[in-house]
Structure formats: structure tokens, C-alpha cells
Design a protein around this ligand. Sequence first.
Ligand code: NZQ
Ligand code: ZN
Length: 389
Amino acid sequence: MLGNFSYCNPTKLYFGSNSLENLSVELEKYGDNVVLIYGGGSIKKNGIYDEVINILNKSGKKVAEIAGVMPNPTLEKLYEGIEIARKAKADLLLAVGGGSVCDYAKAVSVSVNCDEDPWEKYYLKFEEPTCETLPVGCVLTMVGTGSEMNAGSVITNRKEKLKIGHVFADEKIMPRFSILNPEYTMTLPHYQMVAGIYDIFNHICEQYFSGEDDNTSDYIAEGLMRSLIVSSKIANVDPKNYEARSNIMWTATWALNTLIKMGKPGDWEVHMLGQAVGAVTDATHGMTLAAVSLPYYRHIMPYGLQKFKRFAINVWGVNSEDKTDEQVANEGLCEMEKWMKELGLAMNISELGATNENLKDIVKATLILEDGYKKLTVQEVEDILKRSM
Ligand code: NZQ
Ligand code: ZN
């Protein structure tokens, strides 16, 4: 543990099948005007909308709505939401949905009282808010991003073909509270469930494949990955299994709530490649990560060989006896590949809409980061994407 850090995570979590009961207690802490934010309608079909509206009404809140927040929320939609929140004089933004809805609520929160253009300020210049922000609360219905307990917010600019995430430094951008009921995730289509599972796994990988010191964070990461592998195999064949779904939900939160990044650098290049694929194709986030991961990890493995060997042994149970470090590390990635195929993840970007024609745009949209085992060149980005086709 060689890094210096401060750690604070103020999000209050309510977990379990009765967790929505706590919404009314939280609502008491805020003014009368609540803006309810949700996606394309899943919460109306599965009844979560009615449950939330009942509680809001009983609490005497005036409710305005931002509906139709799409997966990979766009800048245009953000501009629309800012106007609604301004008009409603919002005291609280209540996000009911997955990472897209929760990320979007944070983007509205930092923009409502801001005179500058949010895209320019937060997503191109990565500035921190200089205005009053609004509190965000979250009722989570899709598991994967960790947005329920972090300060990340990803917005897609369709015109510019860019999808950019800003992880705000100020912890007050994290949701003030999040309600996590594993049962709410059971209506997710299989495709979304496994995409979320891979998103979780990759968040852990992004923070694990970096650094060379002995670091407590890496041991926590290995435990989270082992739990996720066990529960994902169960949920894959028995999606209504509460124990597995609740473990997955809890792992997702701890995978990206800042805990396991403490004291070490992070890689995040798989997310940069995946986000570029998403910017051009609008594909599901977790699937974009799955489709580029193995070509990327196989490429950087020689530069972080000892960590890949450790990953193989401690996460995948590879027996290292009489094998070279390369053989052990390779076997780990082969085990990971088998697991990914078992879940039915996207294994190449062409099935997500990438073509030889739009590959150039994807290369151009890929940000190159510095903290992983190998800083990629633009040529390497292109090669990895070609190998992902
Ligand atoms: O829009 P509705 O109708 O609600 O349908 C959604 C959406 O189509 C559906 N869904 C959600 N809960 C459901 C459900 N369907 C049935 N039953 C339920 N209970 O699932 C679809 C996907 O939802 P979405 O919110 O887009 O998924 P996810 O949670 O994966 O969020 C993806 C967004 O989060 C960003 C991604 O880039 C992407 O924009 N990320 C945010 C991060 C963060 N804040 O730290 C980090 C991540 O790496 C990620 O980049
Ligand atoms: Zn992710």
C-alpha cells in the first residue's frame, strides 16, 4: 500500500427486499419539489413506478418528471432535463433506474445552476462544479455500473461521436442515498443482466491490473471477483435466485465505489475502448467491454505478467505447478474466456455494430490512458480493435 489517499463515501445505502420502505425517511430531509427521473418505461411495466409515486404522494411532494432517459444518455437529453429541473425548482433529483438514469441525474445535478455549457465544462475540460449542485437519490433497478455509490457520470455526444465519463472529485456528487432491492433486478432481460455482470467484473479488473506493490485493494478485488464468478454462474441459469442476485448487486456497488482503487493506480483502458465502441454504435455498455477485453488483456499481459499470473491462480484457481509464468497467465485468460462464453457475452465488436467503415471513428474516439501496464499507441488501439472484430 504505497499510495497516499483520503477516503470518504457519504452515500447511505438501504439494501434488501424491503429497502424501499426507507424512501419516506430520506424524503423528509429535502424540500417539497422532487424531480423523478427514469428510463424508457421498464419501471411502469414492473410496478416500481407506482410504488415510488405512492411514497412520494404520501410524503406530500410535488413531483415533476424527466422520463425516457435512454441507455447511454445523450447531451440533448441532458439539456432537456436541465430545463425541467430548473422549472420545477427541484430540491431533490430521484433517479429510478440503472446506471444511465443515475449518471444522468448527476449530470443534471451539476448543471442546473451552472451558466456554462455542461459538455464543455464537465466532459471536455473535466472541471468540477463551481455552482450549487442538487442532491441525488437513487432507486436502483439494473446492476453493473456502481453509479449508485460513486460520483461517475457518463454522457454521450451523438453529434461528436464521443462518449465521455467524468468521475467528479467532490463526494457530494455521489448519491445522498441509494435503495438496493435485488428483487427489482429480476425483470431485467438476460442480455442486460449478463452485460451488467461483465461491467462489474471489468470495473474490478480495471483497478486490479495496475501497480506492482503489495496492496490490500488487490486482495479485496480478488475476493469480489471470486464471489461474482460463483453468483454469476448461478444467476445465468437461475435468474430468480435471490441469493445470487443479491450477491451480484452488492459486489457491483463495492466494485466501483472508490474502495478498491485506494492506494494504487488504475488502468481503465478497456473502458476507453468500450466507450469508443459505444459512442459510435450505441451498443450496451457491458457488452462493449466484453468484446474488447480479451484482445486487450492478451496484448498487455507481457507487461504485467506477474499480476496476470496472480489473477490466474487466485481468481481462476489455475494450478501453476511445472508451468512457466506465461503458461499460467494464459490459462487464467482462457478460464475467463470460458466463463464469458458460458454467460453468453458479446465476444466481438462486429456483432455490436462495428464495421470496417466505422472502425476509424472508433479509433479516433478512444482515449489513451497512462496508468495501466502498457500505454497504448494509436496503432496498438487500432490493432486491438481489429482483433476484436
Ligand atoms: O430504460 P428502461 O425502460 O428502464 O430499460 C432499461 C434499459 O433499456 C433496462 N432496465 C433497467 N432496469 C430494468 C430494466 N429492464 C427491466 N427490468 C429492470 N428492472 O435496462 C436497460 C439498460 O439500462 P442502463 O441504465 O442503460 O444500464 P446500465 O446500468 O448498464 O448503465 C449504463 C450506463 O452507465 C454508464 C455507461 O457508460 C452507460 O452510459 N456507466 C457509468 C459508470 C459510473 N457511473 O461509474 C461506470 C460504468 O463503467 C459505465 O460507464
Ligand atoms: Zn463500466
